[in-house]
Design a binder for this molecule. Sequence first.
Ligand SMILES: [Zn+2]
Length: 123
Amino acid sequence: MPASLTVATHRKHLTAIRAETEDRIARLTVEYDELEGSGTDVGAGDDEGGSESDGTFVERDRVRAQIAEDRDLLEQIDAALIRSKGRDWGSCTICGQPIGEARLEALPTTAVCVTCKARGTGW
Ligand SMILES: [Zn+2]
């Protein structure tokens, strides 16, 4: 690997993204709980109150999807952190070629080189 992107710098990137992602999950979880609270309030004891809470359900689904996405990202970050401890750090997990400094900087969680990514064999 080129000397300008060290494993220490890469790990720092990953750790920073991890903290951001955890913050976002915490915020979204609060948001989700609030939406859930408002969802049960709206139309309580009223059988026809469903239409009013539809918007809340849509919003909750959106927040829940975002939380799921961020949890996936956390797993990818953790996997990348584990890879960064190994000898193969910076190498494509499919073909073994260097992933490339620019790609690792832009996409710190990636496990594959741009060629394998283009082939659709990884993310
Ligand atoms: Zn590759």
